[in-house]
Design a protein around this ligand. Structure first.
Ligand code: PMP
Length: 430
């Protein structure tokens, strides 16, 4: 199937070869690379994207979960045009930042916000704020969770060997990771054991409340409640990294679970495709930030384009109705995959949360990274290349998930499932 992929992507291959002279691996983000070379895209509209070879794809990657508004939404195109007329950067604070701050505070049940551009910055600031607030050093993270590209949380993100501590990248001093503790997702006893030893030195626990960098693995509600209780007992903060989940339900995972973490980070979908991220939370906690106090800065923070498009996205486009619609399409995908698994009589697990979901070639619903890694990835890759060769970008990688947008239609879902059936047949020799 790789040969079919290659035969359809000659220009991508040439661009890859040229790009590789200037960009390591020919890409600007490691996650955009896949073997033998990735596709290079030209443009998108609605639920579709086109590559340099002129191939059209139905896109379920959507900028790694960013574009629930779909590509080139006319209202967003218009807003960007209007915003540019009034300058892209004003240096001092932009008038409309407060309007966006109010929308986010209401919607996500937080008291205060600070804006930046990427999820990486938001989680980096969140842990600094937590440390300053608690005057403690240690941070607990979960295996398989990803919080961006800064040093301190790049441990046990997607280890290929199962050891207790595996740095995710060379170039990070051991000292930098020495205050980062790693726990297993959905394992309350393990978490409690860790907290009994280190709890009084812990500033915060950070988590993706629905893990979306090992497929899609929601937290068990009881597990979450247990974590909140231990955090209260030991005096450390709970940080929900909602860079992904914040855009999957109207009020993110905290709204969905009915929980109020001390700090929340947001990014990706909230600005309709423009770069904007948020660290938000309790008034007393955010209160440590300021000149001469906790550092938080960024030239592009709350730039007019991102702010204006985020207002339009949250207020006018990603409404409760939009989430209802995306969820119903996503449910059809889930149901369709389950039917395929039944018909072909194969082990295939489907998890879904709002507009996103994932398939695992596995016989058991994964609850954490150690379960996830037992999946049959060889079959997944055959499925993936077949999908791409037939014009569907089903998900960005074996540890990502599908996302549907408001621009997707029932026909897009039918086409996806039709191709998926053949892809899975091929992957499983059925
Ligand atoms: N947190 C989570 C949960 C993410 O999924 C990501 C990116 N995939 C990030 C943080 C980092 O965001 P960014 O790539 O915008 O820096």
């Amino acid at each position: 199937i790789i040969e079919v992929y290659k035969s359809l992507t000659n220009k991508s291959k040439s661009l890859f070869e040229e790009s590789s002279k200037y960009l390591p691996f020919g890409v600007s983000s490691n996650y955009r690379y896949f073997d033998p070379y990735p596709i290079y895209l030209v443009k998108g509209k609605g639920s579709r994207v086109w590559d340099v070879d002129g191939n059209e794809y139905i896109d379920y990657i959507l900028g790694f979960g960013v574009l629930e508004v779909g590509h080139s939404h006319p209202r967003i195109v218009e807003e960007v045009r209007r915003a540019v007329e009034d300058s892209t950067i004003l240096g001092f604070e932009y008038e409309k930042s407060v309007e966006l701050a109010k929308i986010i505070c209401n919607r996500y049940n937080v008291d205060m916000v600070r804006f930046s551009s990427t999820g990486t910055e938001a989680t980096m600031h969140a842990i600094r704020i937590a440390r300053a607030y608690t005057k403690r050093k240690k941070i607990i993270k979960f295996e398989g969770h990803y919080h961006g590209s800064h040093d301190q949380l790049l441990i046990n993100v997607n280890p290929m060997r199962l050891e207790s501590r595996v740095p995710t990248s060379p170039g990070i001093p051991e000292e930098t990771l020495s205050n980062t503790l790693v726990a297993d997702w959905n394992d309350y006893e393990g978490f409690e054991r860790l907290v009994r030893v280190h709890g009084n030195d812990v500033a915060a626990v950070i988590m993706e409340p629905v893990a979306m960098n090992m497929g899609l693995i929601p937290a068990d509600l009881d597990f979450l409640k247990g974590v909140f209780d231990l955090a209260r007992d030991y005096g450390f903060l709970v940080i929900f990294d909602e860079v992904k989940t914040g855009g999957k339900f109207y009020s993110g995972a905290s709204g969905y679970y009915g929980l109020k973490p001390d700090l929340v980070t947001l990014g990706k979908a909230i600005a309709g495709g423009l770069p904007l991220s948020v660290v938000a939370g309790r008034r007393d906690v955010l209160g440590v930030v300021g000149p001469g106090r906790v550092a938080h800065g960024g030239t592009f923070n709350a730039n007019p384009l991102s702010v204006r498009v985020a207002i339009v996205t949250l207020r006018d486009i990603l409404t409760e109705g939009a989430f209802y619609y995306m969820n119903s399409l996503s449910e059809e995908l889930q149901k369709g995959y389950e039917d395929i698994a039944d018909d072909l009589d194969i082990d295939l697990i489907v998890t879904k949360w709002g507009p996103s979901g994932m398939i695992y070639f596995n016989s058991k619903v994964p609850k954490n990274y150690k379960d996830f890694i037992k999946s049959d990835f060889k079959s997944w890759f055959t499925y993936f290349y077949y999908m791409v060769a037939k014009g569907i970008l089903p998900m960005a990688s074996f540890n990502e998930q599908w996302t549907v947008s408001i621009a997707h239609t029932k026909e897009d879902i039918s086409k996806h499932l039709e191709v998926a059936r053949d892809a899975i047949k091929l992957a499983k020799n059925k």
